[in-house]
Design a binder for this molecule. Structure first.
Ligand code: HAM
Length: 418
């Protein structure tokens, strides 16, 4: 065992998986940028206070924060998510509204590590600030849906709910607290603790013992005002118009406290149920004000990159892009020819690789095969002295040819044509 290993809950993402990871982010940008979203790159740490607004009763704040006092005496936290940072940036820079941004990057939560749950994990997401229109909700949700479709995921379900405005939500939480308190004896010990801290989260319990009481709990829709109901109805009909299927989830509560009205989650049934959320989001109309700005509606989502890729593995979707070299250069003259030839091929936009250490022809040909290259370009002393090279197809048979050195690029390109 080497002395140093990745610390618990963190991973090295090695090639070729890293290529797939980056490709996922590229596809995400490809989906959201044409819809008018610009990329924001906020810092990975902020004043701890920024994240306190996620809710004093949430695990993310009370148990999972990576916080420390820096050398200047500031209380800092590694970001557990990016919505709060985006809203802090909005308040700080006062951009024109609606402000539509997307982001990609790591987040940090001190959670119990398991498959699909890490202490450093990546998200891609969007946020829209300054628009109350329910069609913004539809746009945002549909973008996430289209992204999953682009990846080829088929076993993702969109769960949709509205948590009401703050007043409706408060009355709902009171009613839930009353319901669970009256039946506290029948609740699991864990849920009795949750009840004291955050009655909404009892709805999240997956324990059999709690199932009947959760089922019998009041539903948020009973507390919606006409305005909230109408907003939600427009979101539903908008999604229908775009052909985005959804499941109404009246007991969907999210892990963060800032949510108001429209809330949603994407669940993959390819994953274990405890970690089946591949993404989620909703409205957080009070967050800008909480962070010292003017009251500003906001909505967005974040999708877990690590979990989404796990779901892709399990569904056999979104294979890593083929980044094998186009050409592997084999040089038996000492290595200088390979230096020049790979450089020329790369300058022409081709992927070209080579062997080092002046290995034997046999060993270099083996390396060429292993690389997955389509072609080997071979230079021996004979070729070097006659200004020629050998081009040998590696994958689909075909005869090797000796060509003039000057014809190299044209010949390679011809071979690579589909
Ligand atoms: P969240 O539900 O906490 O929401 O996280 C979104 C997604 O990030 C989850 O569905 C999951 O896929 C992934 N995720 C969360 N924690 C972990 C972890 N420990 N390991 C692996 N993946 C994880 C938010 O973060 C909100 N900021 C979403 C949002 C944006 N709401 C409005 N705008």
């Amino acid at each position: 065992m080497p002395e140093f290993q990745t610390s618990p809950g963190t991973r090295d993402i090695l090639p070729p998986e890293s290529t797939r990871f980056r490709e996922l982010v590229r596809i995400f940008a490809d989906v959201v940028a044409p819809a008018g979203y610009g990329e924001i790159i906020p810092p990975m740490f902020e004043d701890l206070g920024v994240f306190h607004r996620l809710g004093e009763a949430t695990d993310v704040v009370t148990k999972e924060m990576y916080d420390f006092v820096d050398k200047g005496g500031r209380h800092i936290a590694l970001r557990p998510e990016q919505t709060a940072s985006v809203v802090r940036a909005f308040v700080q820079h006062s951009p024109l509204v609606p402000w539509k941004v997307w982001y990609a990057g790591p987040n940090f939560r001190y959670e119990k590590p398991q498959l699909g749950r890490y202490r450093q994990f990546d998200q891609v997401g969007v946020e829209v600030l300054g628009a109350n229109d329910p069609y913004v909700d539809v746009e945002v949700i549909a973008l996430a849906w289209q992204f999953y479709e682009r990846l080829g995921l088929r076993r993702v379900t969109l769960l949709l709910n509205s948590l009401g405005n703050p007043d409706e939500r408060r009355r709902y939480v009171d009613a839930l607290a009353a319901h669970f308190t009256a039946n506290a004896d029948a609740l699991s010990a864990e849920s009795r603790v949750t009840l004291q801290r955050n009655p909404l989260r009892v709805l999240d319990s997956k324990r059999d013992q709690d199932a009947a009481l959760v089922e019998a709990a009041p539903k948020i829709a009973e507390f919606w005002s006409d305005g909230t109901a109408a907003h939600f109805e427009t979101v539903c009909t908008g999604l229908q118009a775009l052909g985005v299927p959804y499941t109404l989830a009246p007991r969907l509560v999210r892990g963060l406290d800032y949510y108001r009205r429209t809330t949603f989650e994407f669940a993959s049934d390819a994953l274990e149920s405890a970690q089946n959320a591949v993404g989620g989001g909703g409205r957080y109309d009070g967050l800008a004000e909480d962070l010292g700005g003017a009251p500003t509606p906001g909505i967005g989502f974040a999708l877990g990159v690590d979990r989404t890729l796990l779901a892709c593995d399990l569904e056999g979707a979104f294979a890593a892009p083929d980044l094998a070299p186009h050409v592997f250069v084999v040089d038996t003259t000492g290595g200088r020819e390979a230096l020049i030839v790979t450089n020329e091929l790369r300058a022409a936009g081709l992927r070209a690789d080579r062997a080092f250490e002046n290995r034997s022809m046999k060993s270099q040909m083996k390396a060429a095969d292993r690389s997955g290259a389509a072609l080997a370009v071979i230079v021996g002393t004979n070729e070097r002295d006659t200004d020629t090279v050998v081009v040998r197809p590696l994958r689909d048979g075909g005869e090797q040819t000796v060509i003039p050195r000057v014809a190299l690029l044209d010949t390679v390109r011809k071979h690579l044509e589909p």
